[in-house]
Design a protein around this ligand. Structure first.
Ligand SMILES: [Fe+2]
Length: 179
């Protein structure tokens, strides 16, 4: 029997490395519109690693890692853009690796709620729920993800109808402000 070495590693204390792993950086200026008050500088806000061997069609999977930096925009917590899936038949699984976060959910009626994300937490995301990660800790929030290659990302619906809450980190704790 032929035994081959793995092509790709997901280092739980590091990143995804190997053949055909994609790496993208997101800068603050690209997502500044998300925040109530804008910063003047342009730091890295999150990094995304992704890996697939599949095509964009039913039955194929992506694996990914998001690293969300512990920065604030005038006390508002760093967040991903958030999205619905274009194909709402496609669910997704998130996996907490490090840090402290919130996974914001929003259903199609705009109802918004959150689940805590921490090392080892597992999150099943229904295909009809928009999802956004928020770093509420003091270190990198690292979250693994597995999703269908034909899920697609619908960011436009979020621009038109945002998640129901903004999340701020105050001196005495988190504050959730309804939009
Ligand atoms: Fe997704």
């Amino acid at each position: 029997m032929k035994v081959v070495e793995p092509y790709v590693f997901h280092h739980m204390d590091g990143v995804i490395e190997g053949l055909e792993v994609q790496h993208n950086l997101k800068m603050y200026d690209d997502v500044a519109y998300l925040y109530e008050r804008k910063r003047d500088d342009n730091p890295i806000v999150y990094e995304v690693y992704s890996y697939t061997q599949g095509e964009e069609g039913p039955g194929h999977l992506n694996w990914g890692l998001t690293i969300l930096k512990p920065i604030l925009s005038f006390e508002e917590c760093n967040m991903t853009k958030g999205h619905f899936h274009v194909n709402k038949d496609c669910a997704e699984i998130y996996f907490g690796i490090a840090g402290d976060g919130l996974l914001l959910f929003m259903d199609e009626s705009g109802y918004t709620w959150a689940q805590k994300v921490c090392k080892g937490s597992l999150h099943y995301i229904d295909g009809h729920w928009a999802h956004r990660l928020v770093n509420v800790g003091d270190s990198d929030l690292k979250v693994g993800a597995c999703w269908s290659t034909d899920a697609g990302h619908d960011y436009q619906s979020i621009k038109e109808s945002e998640f129901g809450y903004r999340i701020f980190k105050r001196r005495n704790g988190l504050e959730f402000i309804k939009r």
